[in-house]
Design a protein around this ligand. Structure first.
Ligand code: NAI
Ligand code: 15L
Length: 273
């Protein structure tokens, strides 16, 4: 679906990684509105390029391919990588080696800004009865969350050392609709995702910033006050879905770690070996 939410500021060439993934597929038509050319990348064949698009095949662990992927790019929306708790080897390839390759390529190709899809699982071991903000220490709820914390730290380093700006989006649960009680607090609508990504791309100066990617839900665990400079204003809320979700899931087991902690089921995923 495309929409008219995008900012008037236009880029010559934007790169969207992970373009065949769930969020990449949502963002692909929407980001075309803010650039002359949208370069979309994925690790394997993606079919034909649309009007105003370029397709690049680049496994993130392939350093040379990633270097070529960033050539001539103004800014990157980095959605590619492992998006759930998995064994360490794919996480290492996609989220650690891959993110290093991305930042090194940005440095060599002179790319100025990266919007990095981090995750709420960087802080998933905070409890659901706590409200936290970006100054609270990371408490990853698995190897996936650890790998996203690595990506955030790499972004911090590449800004301090090389001036490459990064906005880390600690995305909550970006789906068409919230699916369960936890997502009443963590849900990010696709339209708000677009608002967030466009704000992160176009805010005049972001340095190294972190912001939670969440809609304007009635129940919230994350306070984005310290990231107001990004200019993200969510317009959607999970509230219209509450009654149906609570009817489907009337009881919660308060001894279950997935109910106690913000990371939900991720806090008890794995080990895989
Ligand atoms: P997804 O798993 O649907 O998409 C990620 C894409 O990256 C996939 O198409 C996958 O094949 C690709 N990928 C994985 N490893 C790769 C590698 N080594 N090289 C190249 N491509 C690789 O995930 P989704 O939902 O689209 O999420 C996008 C990003 O946002 C991910 O980085 C995820 O961690 C993050 N995120 C998403 C949330 C959500 O609610 N959807 C919540 C929090 C974070
Ligand atoms: C994530 O980081 C995942 O990529 C996504 O699939 C969701 O499960 C989300 O977090 C969540 O916490 O709901």
């Amino acid at each position: 679906m495309s929409s008219s939410l995008a900012s008037p500021l236009r880029f010559k060439r934007l790169l969207l990684t992970g373009a065949a993934g769930n969020l990449g597929r949502e963002l692909r038509p929407r980001l075309k509105a803010c650039c002359d050319t949208l370069r979309v990348s994925h690790r394997s064949d993606m079919g034909e390029a649309g009007a105003g698009e370029e397709i690049v095949i680049a496994p993130l662990e392939d350093r040379d391919a990633v270097l070529r992927m960033l050539e001539g790019v103004d800014a990157v929306v980095h959605m590619g990588g492992i998006s759930t708790e998995q064994p360490f080897d794919p996480i290492l390839a996609g989220n650690i080696v891959g993110v290093y390759n991305l930042y090194e390529a940005a440095r060599k190709q002179g790319v100025k800004r990266i919007v990095f899809a981090s995750s709420n699982h960087v802080t998933g071991f905070y409890r659901q009865d706590e409200v936290i903000d970006i100054d609270d220490r990371v408490r990853p709820d698995g190897l996936y969350g650890v790998s996203k914390a690595f990506g955030e730290n790499l972004g911090r380093f590449y800004f301090d050392r090389y001036g490459i700006e990064t906005v880390c989006l600690r995305i909550g649960s970006a789906f068409a609709q919230p699916k369960d009680r936890r997502m009443l607090a963590t849900w990010l609508s696709f339209d708000d995702l677009e608002r967030l990504v466009v704000a992160a791309l176009t805010a005049p100066f972001v340095g190294f910033s972190i912001i939670y990617g969440v809609s304007d839900n009635k129940t919230l665990w994350w306070d984005n006050q310290k990231s107001r400079h990004i200019g993200y204003h969510p317009l959607d809320s999970s509230e219209p879905f509450r009654a149906a979700i609570e009817a489907r899931q009337p009881e919660l087991d308060y001894s279950d770690p997935a109910v106690i902690y913000q990371g939900g089921g991720f806090v008890r995923a794995g080990p895989f070996e």
